[in-house]
Design a protein around this ligand. Sequence first.
Ligand SMILES: *[C@@H]1O[C@H](CO)[C@@H](O)[C@H](O)[C@H]1NC(C)=O
Length: 314
Amino acid sequence: MQLALLLLLLVGTCRANDFFGDLKDWFDKITAPKEYCNREWITLDSKGVGKGLEADLGRNLFGQHIASEVIVNAVTGFMNNDNPKKPLVLSFHGTAGTGKTLASQLIVKNLYKKGMDSHFVHFFNSVINFPHASQVETYKSQLQLWIRGNVTNCAHSMFIFDEMDKMHPGIIDSIKPFMDYQYKLDGVSYQKAIFIFLSNAGGKIITQTTLVSWKAGKKREELKLEDVETALSSSVFNYHGESYVVDFFIPFLPLERQHIVQCIMVEMVAMGLQSEHNKACEMADKIVIYIPDDERRISVSGCKRIASRLKNFM
Ligand SMILES: *[C@@H]1O[C@H](CO)[C@@H](O)[C@H](O)[C@H]1NC(C)=O
């Protein structure tokens, strides 16, 4: 009786939904099986990962034929190697909304059973996690301890750094040794870890290259990594001075109207609407800005915040 009263009171005061939601989260947490650093929780078979990743990228990442191919090859190649000489370091470059975050999430999804919830996946955003220049020394030592601690716990750890172009150079320097060719650093081996950097740096050059190639009458799909790579690595190299630890610089091309239409169709389905192509085309012209002014060829913000733009519009 007293318990029932107490419950009633609790429900009355805490807004029932929140209360039961929290209770459910807590219950799920304590009953969920523990995640281990082994094959049951991490897919270590390169063929399986390669196939799944290729399919996922094909279905969800629009307009990125170069990035998709390089990512699949880089990840499967790394996993095929029983004794890699260094951790895998990927650097994603492109303007906003081109799919860098999405691509990193798809890699995570195919490697870790718990996806982004995995304890072995660590996500940092320079602006949110390391905002104050005055605290760089603290961030440096903290981050080094975290990387070391987590890789000691699980060699197959992954570290994703977003907004890398806004990261303090001192912090970048402090994590370089982990990504280098070293058999061991203080007794810990980092060779099985994966580092992914997401950055807008180089985005302008990629856009220019794409436009030039288009004006020369080339199809988008004919654009190759080599066409973008040189310009990209030199511009990014100046930026970070980190190029020697990066294994693959991966360009994300600016999106065109057809890709915006694809993103809108996906969102329509997610919102429970019918995904009509005509309607999506109409939206693609209304909710997104294209450049250059005369040609209106390339979307400025890609598929970023398409969902909220769509909602606002409707
Ligand atoms: C692992 O990294 C997280 C940050 O993602 C940190 O909070 C945690 O303390 C680290 N664990 C170890 C053992 O260092």
